[in-house]
Design a protein around this ligand. Structure first.
Ligand code: ZN
Ligand code: ZN
Ligand code: ZN
Length: 325
């Protein structure tokens, strides 16, 4: 049961990721994902408004959707590696945390030092030493103002700098120089995912439509080839064979494109490819595509060709399924 829930969660997170990335790209927003520390959680990333653990970002990195901009160093507990660290300020004499920061005064005659409040015993403001009872009139002569310092309420010692413990959520105490440094990447969208995003809306529409016709279609599916190479397939229709739908966009088509598609078609086991190409795709390049593995459809405009694509896909799907049974 648990595994199902996780896979559902992953699926809906992918959807959130692709749709938000699509919006960011169409608004020309450059996005970076920076590690942030959340008490009780550790390091999280804000993925377009959803906080996700670091492992999830690494999953997107492995899929090629993200790339690393640079690393950030985050201090962590040297015992358990926890990054949720809070400072504890303690008395250097007795280690009590019951300390106060106060504006200090010192009476030169008797050397008594304490907080300003201890010397303010009557109104209007007349300072009187709480130890020897003398009135203090002239700063610099009767008394001094050394500035702010800390007073321990347990042992009464006064000190300028408290002892600082950096304490993790498990309660391990570290001194500053004992902390370890962990590195966490700042991520941004990869060029690979930016290439997929322009067709995001079309893919979503097509997948919904294919599913309503009973086809097990999935958008932006991550598939591993026989060679070990991984592909993000814009539309993957599960079956035997499966149908891979690829979109050749005019801007990214070059001389190598047909060969790359052929390699992909051969590399993904038990599949055929449905390749959507612009109408001006060069016929001499088309000859490289193996018609046994790759069905080509040429269109003028993607947005207005959705019905045609759906019809062709349903036909191919029923033909290959019939051949199988
Ligand atoms: Zn710890
Ligand atoms: Zn103390
Ligand atoms: Zn005094």
């Amino acid at each position: 049961m648990e595994a199902r829930e996780i896979s559902y969660w992953t699926g809906s997170l992918d959807k959130h990721f692709f749709s938000s990335a699509y919006r960011a790209l169409s608004e020309n927003r450059d996005v970076e994902f920076k590690p942030e520390i959340r008490q009780g959680l550790g390091v999280v990333y804000d993925l377009f408004g959803i906080e996700i653990p670091e492992e999830k970002m690494r999953y997107y990195l492995e899929r090629g959707y993200m790339e690393v901009v640079r690393d950030i160093s985050i201090p962590a507990c040297n015992i358990c590696g926890d990054v949720c660290i809070r400072p504890w300020l303690v008395c250097p004499e007795c280690s009590s945390t019951n300390i106060e920061k106060k504006d200090l005064m010192v009476h030169y005659d008797c050397n008594y030092m304490g907080s300003e409040e201890e010397f303010m015993q009557s109104r209007p403001v007349i300072y009187r030493c709480p130890k020897c009872g003398k009135e203090l009139k002239r700063v610099g002569i009767d008394y001094g103002r050394p500035g702010f310092g800390y007073i321990c309420r347990d042992c009464r010692s006064i000190f300028q700098i408290p002892l600082i413990w950096l304490v993790c959520e498990k309660g391990h105490k570290n001194k500053v120089d004992e902390l370890i440094i962990k590195k966490y990447p700042i991520y941004r969208l990869s060029d690979e995912v930016k290439k997929l995003l322009p067709i995001y809306n079309i893919v979503e529409d097509l997948v919904r439509e294919l599913a309503s016709h009973g086809l097990r279609a999935e958008g932006f599916k991550y598939v591993k080839g026989i060679s070990g190479t991984t592909y993000t397939i814009p539309i993957f229709i599960d079956g035997s064979p499966s149908i891979i739908v690829e979109f050749g966009l005019s801007e990214e088509i070059d001389e190598r494109y047909p060969l790359m598609m052929l390699i992909e078609a051969i590399d993904i086991p038990n599949s055929i490819m449905f390749l959507i190409l612009p109408h001006d795709f060069k016929p001499e390049l088309e000859s490289i595509l193996n018609p046994e593995k790759i069905k080509v459809i040429k269109i003028h405009d993607l947005e207005n060709s959705k019905d045609k694509i759906i019809r062709e896909l349903i036909t191919i799907h029923s033909v290959v399924m019939d051949e199988e049974s």
